[in-house]
Design a protein around this ligand. Structure first.
Ligand code: PLP
Length: 360
C-alpha cells in the first residue's frame, strides 16, 4: 500500500487523525472502493435485480467454494440468519464458550429464534474440546432433552486473540458432525486472515463446513456488509430469514461494489497486517510490565497483559491516547491492539517508541 495515508473522516487524504488500533472495524474504504461505489450499476436487490449485488454474491460463493451466497448487513445478522436456517425452535446451537456468537451477538438466536445455546469449553487455540463436542452432538432418545441443531466454529478466533483453526481440526469436527447428521456453521468473520496466515486457499478451511459467514467490513476494509455462503437450498432459507430480520436492502449495490473490491484487492494484503502485528508484539514484549504470549500472535490481533509498577491499564491507555494512539482494554489487566488497512510499519514503530517512553 505504498503512499497510503489514513483517510480522514471527511474522505480527504490529509494527515491522519489517530493511530487507531482498537479494531479492524475502524478501517475506511480505499480510493478504489469509493470509485467503485460511485460507478456501481444498481437495481432492487429484494427483486434480485441489483447486478452488483448479484456479482458479489457469485464471486463470494466461488471464493469460498460454495453453491450460493447472500449479502447481509452485518456479521451478526449473517450468523443469526444461518443458525435460524439450520435449526428449528427448541434445538441446540453447539458452540464454544468463548465464541463471538455466544458473547457478543445479544443472544439473538435465543431471543429471536427460540434456540438454546450449548456452550462448550474452548482451549487457548480456539478449539472446542472434541470429547465434549461428541457428547453434545449426540441425540438422546428421551423427551427431556433438546435436540442438537448445529455446530458452530469460529476462525480466526476473536476472544482467543485471532488464533487460527487448522484444516486438520476442522476436519475432525466435520467428522463428528457428519456422524451425528449435524450441519457445521463457521463464523468466519476473519476467515481470510486465517487462510493468509496458513498460506492455504480459503477453500481448504471452508470445505469442512456447511455454511460460512465472513465480513467485508473488517480487515478487508469495505464500509458495510458480510456474506453467508453455503448450499443453494440453505442460502435460499437464509435469504428469506434476512428479509424477516429487516435485512432486505434495495439498491445494495452501493455496498456490494466496495465488497467486490474487498474480495479482489484486499485479501492478499492481510499478510502485511499480520507482519505488523508480529512487529508490534515483539516490540511491546521488550517493555517493562508487558506480558505477551507471542505464540498467540498469529494474525492481526495482539493481546497483552500489563503488570506495571506505576501504571494501570486505564492510565496506560490514556497516556497512549494523549499521543494519538488508541488501543482497547479487554479487562483491568489486559489490552488489545489490532492491525489493519491504513496502519503502516511506521505507525507501528511510532507506537512502540511511544509505549516505551510511557512505560520507562
Ligand atoms: C465482528 C465479528 C462478528 C460480527 O460482525 P458484525 O459485522 O460486527 O456484526 C462475528 N464474529 C466474529 C468472530 C467477529 O469478530
Amino acid at each position: 500500500m505504498e503512499g497510503y495515508t489514513l483517510p480522514r473522516r471527511d474522505g480527504s487524504d490529509s494527515a491522519p487523525d489517530l493511530i487507531d488500533l482498537r479494531s479492524d472495524t475502524v478501517t475506511l474504504p480505499s480510493a478504489a472502493m469509493r470509485a467503485a461505489i460511485s460507478a456501481a450499476a444498481l437495481g432492487d436487490d429484494v427483486y434480485g435485480e441489483d447486478p452488483t449485488v448479484n456479482a458479489l454474491e457469485q464471486l463470494a460463493a466461488q471464493r469460498v467454494g460454495k453453491e450460493a451466497a447472500v449479502l447481509v448487513v452485518s456479521g451478526t445478522m449473517g450468523n443469526l440468519a444461518a443458525l435460524l436456517a439450520h435449526c428449528q425452535r427448541g434445538q441446540r446451537v453447539i458452540l464454544g464458550n468463548e465464541s463471538h456468537i455466544y458473547h457478543y451477538e445479544a443472544g439473538g438466536a435465543s431471543a429471536l429464534g427460540g434456540l438454546i445455546y450449548h456452550p462448550l469449553p474452548t482451549d487457548p487455540n480456539g478449539c472446542i474440546d472434541l470429547s465434549a463436542l461428541e457428547a453434545a452432538a449426540t441425540t438422546i432418545n428421551d423427551p427431556h432433552f433438546s435436540p442438537p441443531g448445529v455446530i458452530c466454529l469460529e476462525n480466526t478466533h476473536n476472544r482467543c486473540g485471532g488464533v487460527v483453526l487448522t484444516p486438520d481440526y476442522l476436519a475432525q469436527v466435520r467428522t463428528i458432525a457428519y456422524n451425528h447428521g449435524l450441519p457445521v456453521h463457521l463464523d468466519g468473520a476473519r476467515i481470510f486472515n486465517a487462510a493468509v496466515a496458513l498460506g492455504v486457499p480459503v477453500t481448504e478451511l471452508t470445505n469442512h463446513v456447511d455454511t460460512v459467514m465472513f465480513c467485508l467490513s473488517k480487515g478487508l476494509a469495505a464500509p458495510v456488509g458480510s456474506l453467508v455462503a453455503g448450499p443453494a437450498e440453505v442460502i435460499a432459507r437464509v435469504r428469506r430469514i434476512r428479509k424477516m430480520l429487516g435485512g432486505g436492502m434495495r439498491q445494495a449495490g452501493i455496498i456490494a461494489a466496495a465488497g467486490i473490491v474487498a474480495l479482489t484487492e484486499m485479501v492478499d494484503r492481510l499478510a502485511e497486517d499480520h507482519a505488523h502485528a508480529r512487529l508490534l508484539a515483539a516490540g511491546l514484549a521488550e517493555l517493562p510490565g508487558v506480558q505477551i504470549d507471542l505464540s498467540k500472535v498469529q494474525t492481526n490481533i495482539v493481546r497483552f497483559h500489563l503488570n506495571h509498577p506505576r501504571l494501570r491499564v486505564a492510565e496506560f491507555l490514556a497516556a497512549l491516547r494523549a499521543h494519538g494512539i488508541l488501543m482497547g482494554s479487554l479487562s483491568t489487566t489486559s489490552i488489545r491492539a489490532v492491525t489493519h488497512y491504513g496502519i503502516e510499519r511506521t505507525h507501528i514503530e511510532q507506537v512502540i517508541t511511544v509505549a516505551a517512553e510511557i512505560l520507562a
